[in-house]
Design a protein. Sequence first.
Length: 190
Amino acid sequence: MAPARIDLRRLIADGRQPAPERGGEPERHLRPAPLPAKRRARSPLAAALVAVGIVLAILAAQLGLSITVSQGAYEMRALEIEQRDLGRVQRVLSQNVDKLSSPQNLADNAAKLGMVQNASPAALRLSDGAIMGSFETKASEVEPNLVPNSTLASMPVVDTEGLLVPRAATATVDQTPVRWKGALPAPDTH
């Protein structure tokens, strides 16, 4: 048997390969690879625009971060000033509490509210248990403070109705110093 003639042009046009000369092998479906498409060359203008865009984006991000950091610094400074002012207010209020809790202020307010002093107070001597004085209380008129407190001049006092009145409306105390006579008393210690 004579080998058959194969028309290669028709097979290539159909996209088939000729069968091999050996008999019995199936026909392979192979075809040539397509040619690669031509790459479009980018223009230098497009590359320059992309580079300028990237640089502008970096500069904008840096500017945004700089603005944010400086805004935070301004806020921090404002908070430091507020903290300083609140510290001053706290110190003034603490000083006012100290003035209001002084014995002179408490005695003035007690007198304004109608409290009276005990003219003959009794005391208990701990060493031998003796009672010094009498338990029968005799009320007397309120005596003014013997130790004036000049820091209380601007502080109000409470009157009998519970209202705050200026301290200047109260009786003034003779502010001449009292000279101490005799030895200073000291506690008996063991």
